[in-house]
Ligand binder design. Structure first.
Ligand SMILES: Cc1ncc(COP(=O)(O)O)c(C=O)c1O
Length: 413
């Protein structure tokens, strides 16, 4: 639901991202977003003033420890975690998912089942397939090839008391479709299983609420949400406590999140992430929101959504007008179930040729499978070079999309 009334002040927004001043048109944001000045400043500040080991009794160590804890608090607010200890930080979503599934592994038994989807990035598939080594069976919940949607009835047919985990994406990094994870969570929990959600493609576009998502595990990467190359995994407290430890034998099993953070977090990148929450709060306040940090963040994301929908419609309308183009995903933004990550293919034209053309004009878009290789294969698009993907962020402008359209028109015909 959108609550904001004021539009985004794009000049102000763009000034927050130093790289946007260089004239390049960044439209590969689902690959990695631009970084806030506030984030960079904090990383630098931590490195140059707090580089000591944590946990000692001397003052700079205590101060540095307080900064890292403040960072965890800030991420807990950003994702609406009930407890700060539910926040596990690490180098990348892929690494965190691999780690957590390795912590799940000792609790599995032969005959246990796991369900994964064929629309996910491989980060939320491959790590589950590895659990077959423990005797688990992994089954695929495939999208409907006509609608490109994950049908709940197909999931229901796969669910049974043997299923222990279901792993799915909140939004596909190719289709851009937002999946009804809370509905899935209710079905999955009804069968006594648990849900792991990859929110990497979702988190840059909607305010994350891990509690409302219904998930048991929820993961995304900060480098797609205006921050550094770094990621967060949230897990329900009781679940994290029950998992096996990945840390040293003398780190007690009730020390969460540390037992799941072998080698500990990256201090400076954690501290940098405070800049993301700061920015969102500040944006919300500028838009007139009054109240808690999350009320302001919600107002910021409401305004982002409005801006992103305008840009997405600008591109989708153009693509819809082309007879030789197939949009791979929802064709419009009307349902509110689409993030502005837009993929398409052009009949008879290799996806690389389109991107090589736009490359010449200072526009960054991209082609390929985006590590959702199983989806591209399911759709039979390998020989096409995968899809062309244009992925927008709230800081993109209508003028930038107009330039893209001019050059896409030349390439598409
Ligand atoms: C949907 C999705 N999941 C997972 C990942 C992997 O994230 P990371 O690079 O942090 O491992 C990506 C990266 O592009 C992604 O788009």
């Amino acid at each position: 639901m959108q609550t904001s009334t004021l539009p985004l002040n794009l000049d102000h927004v763009r000034a927050e991202f130093p790289a946007l001043g260089n004239g390049f048109i960044y439209l590969d944001n689902a690959g990695g977003s631009q970084v806030l000045r506030r984030v960079g400043d904090r990383v630098r500040d931590y490195l140059l003033s707090s580089s000591v080991q944590l946990g000692a009794s001397y003052a700079p160590s205590q101060d540095a420890g307080a900064r890292v804890l403040a960072a965890r608090r800030s991420v807990a607010t950003l994702i609406n975690a009930a407890h700060d200890e539910e926040v596990v930080m690490g180098g990348a979503s892929t690494a965190l998912m691999y780690q957590v599934t390795q912590a799940i592994l000792p609790g599995l038994q032969a005959g246990d089942e796991i369900i994964v989807t064929n629309t996910d990035h491989e980060a939320n598939i491959g790590c589950w397939l590895r659990l077959q080594a423990a005797g688990a069976t992994v089954r695929f919940w495939n999208i409907n090839p006509e609608t490109l949607e994950l049908d709940l009835s197909d999931l229901q047919a796969l669910l049974s008391p043997r299923v222990k985990w279901v792993a799915m994406t909140h939004a596909s990094n190719i289709l851009g479709t937002i999946n009804p994870v809370a509905q899935v969570a209710a079905l999955v929990h009804g069968m006594g299983a648990r849900l792991c959600v990859d929110a990497v493609a979702y988190a840059p576009h909607r305010l994350v609420d891990v509690q409302a998502s219904g998930a048991d595990l929820y993961v995304f990467s900060f480098y797609k949400v205006f921050g550094p190359h770094y990621a967060v995994l949230w897990g329900r407290r009781e679940l994290l406590l029950a998992l096996s430890s990945l840390n040293h034998y003398f780190i007690s099993a009730d020390t969460i999140p540390y037992k799941l953070q072998p080698g500990n977090v990256n201090y400076e990148l954690s501290y940098g992430c405070i800049g993301i929450s700061d920015y969102l709060e500040d944006m919300g306040a500028r838009l007139g929101a009054v109240g808690t940090a999350r009320v302001k963040m919600q107002a910021a994301f409401d305004a982002f959504e409005q801006q992103e929908d305008l840009l997405a419609e600008q591109l989708l309308g153009f693509l819809r007008s082309k007879k030789n183009v197939r949009i791979i995903g929802l064709p419009d933004t009307k349902t509110g179930r689409r993030v502005p990550t837009i993929s398409f293919m052009v009949d008879g034209v290799h996806s690389e040729a389109i991107v090589r053309h736009t490359d010449r004009f200072g526009i960054g878009i991209r082609f390929g499978d985006f590590y959702a290789k199983r989806l591209i294969e399911f759709l039979g698009l390998q020989d096409q070079g995968g899809v062309v993907r244009v992925s927008m962020a709230h800081y993109n402008t209508a003028g930038e999309i107009a330039q893209l359209l001019r050059h896409l028109d030349e390439a598409i015909g």
